[in-house]
Design a protein around this ligand. Structure first.
Ligand code: PMP
Length: 457
């Protein structure tokens, strides 16, 4: 029986990223409150938020300091924009802090309100910059299959997932995708991680040469692929990619929307993997998701071109109303202050061994072919046959079933194809990590029994 709220939901909402047909029958999961790493639904059932919402609620669900910061800023100055040279204290302070902690030399910060608009900004800057430099043919951007960069027209084009393209008339021309660096799934039998990385770098170089290096402007990558399946890169991957990009004067955009602020065991994934990024996209954990805010950090080389272009044609004609929203910036400043005061990166490194040990142990389960992660992010791939790595058929919905059983057990995870993601709030304790995986294992056992009963194994 659907609750009154569920019926009202079905009658009124088009949900993002939802199978709209099945939603009409099943209705929503309505969450009502949260505390620490736990959230509670409208019936009072408790869940461990194993996805930190959407990879974002780093400080958990009841951080009073963030709430009070937002309230105080709203009382003082709920809104002012930063168009036309206007400014405010939180916007300036946040940019200073970001420059201070940035993993590569950063000159300036440009604000937005979502990860998607940050990546649209990246694309527009790349195009604008190359026009300014008098090389209008250098505009193509290379992304990766299974990369996730958002849903706006340009960022959805960068995203390398079929759902974001089919019937949306995307990707835009000039945006192309190279292979997904997933060793377990795509390496040749017996191919080492280093050899596989070399092969992928060579493939990227071939793509650049085929297109013409003078037409390829930028490459974008997440340090750890998120929505594509929580996929950590193979050994040596970014080192080899760095070399190819440098050889052809191709800008490197690091999409740190998920990995920024401690997720991988360093403040930024760019640092964890030694990516020679020129620009970086940030969102989500920048405010621990207590307020929508995103940022593009750019180096001096990029910034100087923008200034030069303003000298020639005037106003830099880009930016949205909520860019640098004072409440978002104030909350972000406080979030960064808490990360530093509470030594969040040290905490991640303290609890990560427990997280990775339990993730590793999941690979012993009959349904799990691969389980791998870094810091406090990881993915587990469900397979029909561990020996051959054969997948289940998509129509069987095995991962979706596992997610449903996980909910029953009080654990929120997310299915991306056949992969389950693990990305809890960074403040999670070791005991909570153990409990999260206990619940996950019980859900996998139920999924196994179900799969057997359905004759899928
Ligand atoms: N980039 C990455 C790496 C992301 O994970 C996401 C969101 N999951 C985005 C960009 C888009 O962010 P938003 O949903 O805030 O537009």
């Amino acid at each position: 029986m659907l609750s009154n709220l569920a019926v009202r939901d079905i009658e009124t909402l088009v949900h993002p990223y939802t199978n709209l047909a099945t939603h009409r029958q099943n209705g929503p999961l309505v969450l009502e409150s949260g505390k620490g790493v736990y959230v509670y639904d409208s019936a009072g059932k408790e869940y461990i938020e194993g996805m930190a919402g959407l990879w974002c609620t780093a400080l958990g669900y009841s951080n009073q300091e963030l709430i009070e910061t937002a309230y105080e800023q709203m009382k003082k100055l709920p809104f002012t924009h930063i168009f036309g040279g206007r400014s405010h204290d939180p916007a300036i302070e946040l940019a200073e802090k970001l420059k201070e902690i940035a993993p590569v030399p950063i000159s300036k910060v440009f604000y937005g309100a979502s990860g998607s608009d940050a990546n649209d900004t990246q694309v527009k800057i790349v195009w604008y910059m190359n026009n300014a430099l008098g090389r209008p043919q250098k505009k193509k951007i290379i992304s990766r299959l299974k990369g996730y960069h958002g849903v706006t027209v340009a960022s959805a084009s960068l995203t390398g997932l079929p759902n974001n393209h089919i019937d949306f008339d995307l990707p835009l021309p000039g945006i192309m995708h190279t292979s997904c660096p997933h060793h377990y799934r795509f390496a040749e039998p017996g191919e080492s991680e280093q050899d596989y990385s070399s092969r992928l770098a060579a493939e990227l170089e071939e793509m650049i040469l085929r297109e013409g290096p003078d037409t390829v402007a930028a490459f974008i990558a997440e340090p750890v692929m998120g929505a594509g399946g929580a996929i950590t890169p193979p050994e040596g991957y970014f080192e080899k990619i760095n070399a190819v990009l440098a050889k052809y004067d191709i800008l490197f955009i690091s999409d740190e929307v998920i990995t920024g602020f401690g997720r991988t065991g360093k403040m930024f994934g760019t640092e964890t993997y030694g990516m020679n990024a020129d620009t970086i996209s940030l969102a989500k954990q920048i405010t621990s998701a207590y307020f929508p805010l995103s940022a593009v950090m750019m180096n001096e080389k990029v910034y100087e071109v923008l200034v030069d272009q303003s000298r020639k044609i005037g106003t830099f004609g880009h930016g949205n109303t909520y860019a640098g929203h004072p409440v978002g910036c104030a909350v972000a400043v406080k979030t960064l202050e808490i990360y530093q005061r509470e030594k969040i990166v040290d905490h991640v490194n303290k609890v990560a061994p427990a997280f990775l040990r339990r993730l590793d142990k999941l690979a012993e389960h009959p349904l799990v072919g691969e389980a791998r992660g870094v810091g406090l992010i990881g993915g587990a791939e469900l397979v029909k046959d561990k020996q051959t790595k054969a997948s289940f058929e998509a129509k069987n919905g095995v991962a979706a079933k596992a997610v449903a059983y996980a909910l029953e057990e009080g654990f929120i995870t997310r299915a991306m194809g056949d992969r389950l993601a693990f990305c809890p709030p960074l403040v999670i304790s070791e005991a909570e990590i153990e409990e999260m995986f206990n619940r996950c294992e019980r859900a996998l056992d139920k999924t196994l029994n179900w799969a057997k009963a359905e004759g899928l194994l």
